[in-house]
Design a protein around this ligand. Structure first.
Ligand SMILES: Cc1cc2nc3c(=O)[nH]c(=O)nc-3n(C[C@H](O)[C@H](O)[C@H](O)COP(=O)(O)OP(=O)(O)OC[C@H]3O[C@@H](n4cnc5c(N)ncnc54)[C@H](O)[C@@H]3O)c2cc1C
Length: 445
């Protein structure tokens, strides 16, 4: 008969590795299944920051000790070690195509504050996963690379996890198979979610960029054929290197053409002088509303499976660890069911559902769907004050909203059309705003 595990974790990204490691440390029998054969090799675009630092997210404050690599979720008491290189990131700036910019902090000022001034850290995600895997296997976790899960089924008091290799059996399953989760789809949980759009990304690691400041993340916000499209330049863990990504919410947009325009023809082309585009990674992911109840048939959902791409690495790690602890409590108390894992479900409700409005995350994406490049240029030219230093997409819309509020009388006088567009962004549901861009997308329900 197949071995029965206390918990089977599907997906060895940040959420799954943290779940497996935490479950293993607490003495549970754990199988970690991952479709990649070389687990630490990053195959999907991620700009690899740990964010936010020095700001709460999910009611949590994260600390990172650069001397020994200890990362701790201070309020929840979960931790892990990251031994790879890192760089502090101090500020975030968003440019319009015309070259006007919004500043969330200033690197030259924040750097003087030392680690207290950082808003994020750049890591090597491959090494982060490698470290977590080691901490998992040191604690007895059995890892099955090259194993693609195709289905999960509750049978009696066990959950069967069916893969292309064999069928596994566990009391609980932690689904950490990411933004396009097969498990979420098989459980039928995508049916009730609002589908916003599909995000496509290409990524290139670049050296030798000519950027205004170090330790700063730059976004260039654009509208391409009416679709929100952007270029983001994010420091890597290695001095002088950047992750450069080109992102659109309309799959019809030709990202190579957009990249060529930004790098060779735009007003910001001088940033890229002498640098080539070599696409190393890419990503395609559906963007949905978050799942409110991340549990069904003894499967707990963590990380991007519940959000879309926007749990962020820290949200994925924290939710993975929290789910593993809940499984331990359930088994200790002899309650291998929904009631047993209530600590996880209560945490999710308080940390996310009750804290962030439903559409908040999409506010970061829809500017290019309501405004032209010229509109954005005008708006950015008015917002000259330095806003609070942050790069957390769950707090940025409020900072921006406050700054815009101060210049409303000027916009009302000069450009009432732009005020109407801002009103649309505030009032209309994002799925309505993005509707013209989803005819080429696939909602994977
Ligand atoms: C363009 C872009 C940039 C980003 N930049 C950042 C950033 O700078 N900082 C940040 O914090 N976050 C960033 N993110 C988000 C971050 O990448 C995710 O939130 C994080 O990786 C989620 O972790 P996860 O473990 O939930 O999912 P994933 O990292 O997606 O891991 C899922 C794992 O499951 C495996 N898997 C999938 N299906 C199966 C299956 N059927 N069977 C077995 N295994 C399976 C996958 O191979 C993968 O290893 C970015 C995302 C994108 C798209």
């Amino acid at each position: 008969m197949a071995k029965r595990y206390d918990v089977i974790v599907v997906g060895a990204g940040p959420a799954g590795c943290m779940a497996a490691k935490t479950a293993g440390e607490n003495g549970l029998s754990v199988a970690l299944l991952e479709m990649k054969t070389k687990i630490p090799v990053v195959r999907r675009t991620c700009t690899q920051m740990l964010l936010p630092m020095n700001e709460d997210y999910l009611g949590e404050r994260t600390s990172f000790n650069g001397k020994n690599g200890h990362v701790c979720f201070l309020r929840n008491g979960l931790s892990f070690n990251y031994t790879g290189p890192y760089q502090n990131i101090y500020a975030f700036e968003i440019y319009s195509l015309g070259g006007n910019n919004l500043k969330f902090g200033e690197a030259s000022v924040r750097r003087k504050m030392g680690d207290q001034g950082r808003i994020s850290i750049a890591t090597d995600k491959g090494l982060l996963i490698k470290d977590l895997l080691k901490q998992a296997t040191d604690n007895g976790v059995e890892v099955f690379p090259g194993t693609t899960v195709t289905d999960v089924k509750k049978e009696g008091d066990a959950v069967k996890v069916i893969s292309d290799k064999k069928t596994f059996q566990g009391t609980f399953v932690i689904a950490a198979d990411g933004a396009n989760s097969r498990i979420v789809q098989r459980l039928g949980l995508n049916k009730d979610r609002t589908y916003y759009s599909t995000m496509s990304v290409i990524e290139s690691y670049m050296k030798g960029l000519h950027l205004p400041a170090k330790g700063t993340v730059y976004y260039i916000c654009a509208e391409v054929n009416g679709a929100p499209t952007l270029c983001a330049l994010i420091p890597r863990a290695y001095e002088g290197e950047y992750n450069v990504v080109f992102i659109t919410l309309n799959p019809k947009v030709d990202l190579m053409k957009f990249a060529h325009f930004i790098m060779k023809e735009s007003k910001l082309a001088h940033w890229f002088k002498g640098v080539d585009l070599k696409v190393q990674l890419s990503a395609v992911g559906n963007m949905y509303t978050t799942i409110l109840d991340p549990f069904k048939d003894n499967v707990l959902l963590v990380g991007d499976t519940i959000w879309c791409q926007e749990s962020e690495n820290l949200g994925a790690l924290l939710s993975g660890g929290k789910a593993a602890i809940a499984v331990k409590i359930a088994l200790l108390e002899g309650k291998p069911n929904r009631e047993g894992v209530a600590t996880y479900l209560d945490w999710w409700k308080q940390a996310f559902v009750d804290r962030y409005p439903r559409d908040l995350i999409m506010k970061n994406y829809i500017l290019g769907a309501v405004m032209t490049n010229e509109d954005m240029d005008y708006l950015f030219s008015l917002l000259n004050e330095v806003m609070p230093a942050s790069i957390l997409p769950y707090t940025l819309p409020a900072h921006l909203g406050e700054a815009v509020g101060k210049v409303v009388p000027i916009i009302q006088k000069d450009r009432p059309d732009i005020l109407a567009k801002l009103g649309r962004m505030a009032q209309e549901p994002p799925e309505q705003i993005l509707a013209p861009h989803i005819d080429q997308s696939m909602a994977n329900r």
